[in-house]
Design a protein around this ligand. Sequence first.
Ligand code: ZN
Length: 258
Amino acid sequence: MKIVRFETEHTQASYGWIDEDKVGVIQGDPFGEFRRYDPEFSLAQVRLLVPCTPSKIIAVGRNYEEHIREMNQTPPEIPLLFLKPSSTLIRSGDPIILPPQSERVEHEAELAVVIRKKSRWLRPETVQEAIYGYTIANDVTARDLQQRDGQWTRAKGFDSFCPLGPWIETELNPADAMITCRVNGILRQMSSTRDMLFNVEQIILFASSIMTLNPGDVILTGTPAGVGSLQAGDEISIFIDGIGSLVNPVIAGKAYEA
Ligand code: ZN
């Protein structure tokens, strides 16, 4: 099932579900007790929002060997975790804003996991129950600032640096899903999730040994090779087999924006 958050001209933000080209309202808690109503809106008529409201966005660095090689790094022995603030989130269609502090902003196409329930110290036999579904993320990164700072909060923390969506697919098999990233129609990244160093379950197990995972929390699982720079005027499109497409324009940002 595809789960969305959406609004219309006449209705406030609500969770919903997609049936072909229509959207039905979900009443209640989509991560707990809820009721699905018959689809009443056409997809074209609604505005899809970021599909969940995470208390935190956890991300994994250096999780694909080819990408580690292109960055001249060595593979980590345990998952390399970092956090992105929730203020980085934008919906599919919203612009990625290039900050004036950076001269090199790059895309990172990634499979994102959405957490179903409050979880700490998961075990291999309970980890599946913690997964709600999957969506698409772009872990946008100011590469020059990342290299300068030595840690990644600034480089990965600018507003608009986490496009997420367009919906949560609850039935994806994440073991072998193709991730494709195009900028202005030109292929930049194409890899299967089977090339991950640490798979989805290993990443969630590891994260839950450090911090409590909450319903709606998002975990980005790392980017394959082919990261590259974004310029104002570009359009970036990330496709994951079995989910769909996340598409965002890129614009230049200014300091002291009103
Ligand atoms: Zn990343």
